[in-house]
Design a protein around this ligand. Structure first.
Ligand SMILES: [Zn+2]
Length: 365
């Protein structure tokens, strides 16, 4: 019995050889398998009620992504319910405001990097991202987006903006290897699929689909079978279907690729926008984790009792000690799936990452 424990401990120690890998390896619940490829997907303006019940029945790809740990009652930033600040939260694991916030509030094309258009300039200090942690460990990284303001990420984490790689070997300051821009859902999904098929390294890709937000601003956030908004959600579902089919059909990707999906905000208050941060229609978002196969649906809230589980209409401020599951958790969920440690300076899912499986049963005796 002692030898078994010792061998297990040695194996754990070997896994924890690099300092960034240590934190996640020691937490007490079941660790998902180590994935070779992780896609973090943000669906701009996706309300949880659009991928639930009768609507989910019309969305075969979303239905597959709900076959795993997930919640339709995650939250976005408590103060700012617009696009770019929430996406900076997703990649940094921080909220916008407060002492440990990332400080990026602009929701428009950024100023040039030399004119202050980096997350670090907004914060007045370097702000690490999931790209830093993954890239420094030799993972190939990418941003694929349908809005040009995501260039903010490239300005912040390119070879001019990114931090030195202090983990040997040195993979350099550029933390994001590729930026893909498409204004069309199918083209963006195709570009993502192409990159996955060609990948020779492990990958971490951040993918942004815009159509539900675009439809919402033009025709309002109307969750109904024949609404323009739901048409846009179905369009994203077809894009997700292309990605899932590519994973299914490629032995280099099948069972080795995980998907983490969330949204920056919902929408509809005020009409045709989403700026009221006190309204549940704006602040509730989905968070889905697909662990490489259509497994059991698991309630992410139920298996994370340490987190706040506020009433559906209750916003939770950034200074509350116990935070709900937020879209900003996805950075550390993605790193956990790659078996890497959390983003330095992050507060969502760090130091204790979200549990993605029920607690491991204690051995007898
Ligand atoms: Zn919007």
């Amino acid at each position: 019995m002692f030898m078994t424990t010792l061998v297990a401990a040695m194996a754990l120690a070997a896994q924890s050889a690099s300092p960034t890998q240590a934190t996640h390896a020691t937490h007490a619940t079941q660790q998902p398998q180590q994935f070779e490829h992780v896609l973090v997907i943000s669906v701009d303006g996706l309300r949880p009620d659009a991928i639930d019940g009768e609507f989910l029945a019309k969305l075969p790809a979303f239905a597959r992504l709900e076959r795993g740990p997930h919640t339709l009652d995650a939250r976005n930033d408590p103060d700012i319910t617009v696009t770019l600040p929430n996406h900076i939260s997703m990649v940094t694991g921080r909220l916008v405001k407060g002492e440990r916030g990332h400080g990026w509030t602009i929701n428009d094309e950024p100023p040039g990097a030399k004119q202050g258009g980096t997350v670090h300039a907004a914060k007045g200090a370097y702000v690490s991202s999931m790209f830093d942690v993954a890239h420094d460990e030799g993972v190939s990284t990418c941003v694929a987006a349908m809005k040009t303001k995501f260039w903010t990420l490239i300005q912040s984490y390119s070879w001019t903006g990114g931090a030195a790689d202090t983990v040997a070997p040195d993979y350099g300051n550029a933390k994001i290897d590729a930026f893909l821009y498409e204004d069309n859902t199918e083209a963006l999904a195709g570009a993502v699929v192409d990159r996955l098929h060609r990948s020779k390294k492990r990958t971490l890709d951040f993918v942004h689909f815009a159509p539900p937000d675009v439809a919402g601003h033009s025709f309002d956030w109307i969750v109904a079978p024949d609404s323009k908004y739901f048409e846009a959600v179905k369009e994203v579902d077809r894009g997700l279907g292309l990605i899932l089919s590519a994973i299914d059909s490629d032995p280099h990707l099948r069972d080795k690729t995980a998907i983490v999906l969330t949204a920056d905000h919902g929408g509809g208050v005020p009409r045709k926008t989403h700026t009221d941060n006190t309204c549940p229609l704006n602040f509730r978002v989905p968070l889905l984790v697909w662990l490489g196969s259509d497994s059991a649906s698991v309630d992410l809230l139920a298996i994370n009792p340490e987190r706040a589980h506020p009433a559906r209409d209750q916003n939770v401020g950034p200074d509350e000690a116990v935070q709900p599951i937020r879209n900003a958790d996805v950075a550390n969920v993605a790193l956990q799936l790659l078996h890497l440690g959390p983003v330095p300076g992050s507060i969502c899912g760090a130091p204790v990452p979200l549990h993605l499986a029920p607690p491991a049963s204690k051995p007898a005796g």
